[in-house]
Write a protein that binds this ligand. Structure first.
Ligand code: G1P
Ligand code: ZN
Length: 547
């Protein structure tokens, strides 16, 4: 094996603060583009010119178009860098939660995950690369920021002139001094699941004829769901639909929510609907859960899992605490209060949960954007959430809908919706937020659009573990009865800006739990319009997506 030093040039790619680099496939196909990022990453991890002696790297992706090309390039660079071992998922496959599990179980120094999550794939779609550290979680901002800065000044990268490695059969091959181990992508994650959930109880559920429909959305969740649900738990063949990971996700948008999974929703509302429905996203970290004729909101899902966690073997000792992102509904807070454990409110994004999980301060965490997880890995985990629900249904004898209605009966219903205004010209969206922030100090005590505002602020967070401070994380306008409107700009969009408006109203009266959600929230929509002047700023009459 000959080490080669090849030219690259500075590339401006990654936005500082984001966990990885996510761009169109065509951008990644530029010569030395991916290599520039990987070289910058290795330089930051090991020091420029320094080797990664003795270390193990985990490598895999969600199988989207360009996955295999990228894996071969990274293998050559890892060998040139002197890694002792690279653990690659068979076929180049590793879901995001599985990569986290592999890093932790094999005590790797970190892992590279190739994914653009739920963004569309294929030659015209998106590609992405991110690094997770030894705890299995996304790289901290100080590392991603340093990598970004280094990508702007590199002139060379190091690789070797070896042929492509065979990735489709399990086993080890030498690449120079580096051992490339092709591993079963499912085994480690499945072992973690087995250690947490009552597989016998779930097996009994399926044996009694319980029907689940799991839509893997032609993405990487398929092999994981199939191996565990059909292979181990006795769910009938065909329980997992769209199970084969396709390079373009069948041309669909692999993001599990009612708007992107209409077939699944239709099926769950049909006369012969199965007992439970579920879906996961491109890299299998997001999840959606449905009952028969019933969609579970992600905020309610987190609250139900927290309320019943002690019924599941892995959480029998109870919860150290719960965490939710600020825009996620306060249902989890109400459950945590009843359980006598803390509930942390963090800025949007999974990385804020990592410190709390590592410090043992929380056990469960979740976001309104279909992400739920626990301290078993350091990423959100789609299949984990589905197994948690199955375990609860099996041991309580209650249906998915009954479990949610039980939550509402005990704590009231947090009626909730998110309105997204997409592809707004960036300056307009920024002007909207700037003017709203200017108005903030005057809002408390005012009655606007018939709503008496108790307080309003721009959410800021001090990490209780490392003391780091994150400001301007979203505007909250809160009423005396704890109803609230939250406004923030998305940090993940690729086209213009997206304004997210989150609406929440607590409804204690069970007689009103089945009122149409949008109707119940209409006064808050009017309040959002009055304080933020969304229509004149965006020129949009209504949100692009309401979920
Ligand atoms: C969105 C979600 C957020 C999630 C992130 C990554 O970010 O809202 O909860 O952590 O994707 O999956 P946003 O576009 O709102 O910044
Ligand atoms: Zn994802």
């Amino acid at each position: 094996m000959n080490i080669q030093t090849l030219p690259t040039r500075p590339f401006e790619g990654q936005q500082p603060g984001t966990s990885g680099l996510r761009k169109k496939v065509t951008v990644f196909q530029q010569p030395a583009y991916l290599e520039n990022f990987v070289q910058a990453l290795f330089d930051e991890l090991h020091g420029p010119g320094q080797q990664a002696r003795g270390q193990a790297l985990v490598l895999g992706g969600d199988g989207r178009f360009h996955n295999r090309v990228a894996i071969q390039a990274i293998l050559r660079m890892a060998a040139a860098r002197g890694y002792a071992r690279v653990l690659v998922g068979q076929g180049g496959i590793l879901s995001t939660p599985a990569a986290s599990a592999v890093i932790r179980r094999h005590r790797a120094s970190g892992g590279i995950i190739l994914s653009a999550s739920h963004n569309p794939g294929g030659p015209e779609g998106d590609f992405g690369i991110k690094y997770n550290t030894a705890n299995g979680g996304p790289a901290p901002e100080r590392l991603t920021g340093a990598v970004y800065r280094r990508t702007l000044s590199l002139s060379h990268y190091q690789t070797c002139d070896a042929p492509d490695m065979a990735l489709d059969a399990l086993g080890s091959q030498a690449l120079g001094e580096t051992l490339v181990e092709v591993i079963d992508p499912v085994a480690d994650h499945a072992a973690v699941m087995r250690g947490l959930f009552d597989f016998d109880a779930i097996r009994g559920l399926f044996a009694r004829g319980f029907r689940l429909h799991y839509d893997a959305m032609w993405a990487v969740g398929g092999p994981y769901a199939r191996a565990v649900l059909e292979g181990e738990l006795g769910a009938p063949a065909g329980t997992v639909a769209h199970a084969m990971p396709l390079e373009d996700f069948g041309g669909l948008h692999p993001d599990p929510n009612p708007a992107n999974a209409p077939e699944l929703v239709e099926r769950m509302f049909a006369a012969d609907a199965p007992d439970m429905g579920a879906a996961s996203d491109g890299d299998a970290d997001r999840n959606m859960v449905l009952g028969r004729g019933f969609v579970v909101s992600p905020s309610d899902s987190l609250a139900v899992l927290a309320a019943h966690a002690h019924r599941v073997p892995g959480y029998r000792q109870g919860l150290a605490g719960v965490a939710r992102s600020m825009p996620t509904s306060t249902a989890a807070d109400r459950v945590a209060r009843a359980l006598g454990v803390p509930c942390h409110e963090t800025p949007t994004g999974w990385k804020f949960f990592g410190n709390l999980l590592d410090a043992g301060q929380v056990t469960l965490c979740g976001e309104e954007s279909y992400g739920t997880g626990s301290n078993h890995v350091r990423e959100k985990d789609g299949l984990w959430a589905v197994l948690f629900w199955l375990n609860l249904v099996a041991v309580t004898g209650q249906s998915v809908e009954q479990l949610v209605r039980g939550l509402w009966r005990e704590h009231g219903r947090c009626v909730y919706s998110r309105h997204d205004y997409e592809a707004i010209p960036t300056e307009r969206a920024e002007r909207l937020m700037a003017q709203l922030r200017e108005r903030l100090p005057t809002l408390a005590g005012q009655t606007i659009a018939g709503q008496a505002i108790a307080w309003a602020d721009d959410f800021a967070y001090t990490d209780p573990v490392d003391g780091s401070r994150s400001e301007h994380q979203g505007v909250r306008v809160v009423l005396a009865d704890s109803s609230r409107v939250v406004l923030r700009l998305s940090g993940t969009g690729t086209e213009g800006a997206t304004l997210r408006v989150y609406l929440e109203r607590h409804e204690p009266d069970p007689a009103r739990h089945d009122l149409p959600v949008q109707q119940a929230l209409a006064p808050l929509v009017a309040l959002a319009e009055a304080v933020a002047r969304i229509r004149p700023h965006t020129g949009m009459e209504r949100p692009s997506v309401t979920s």
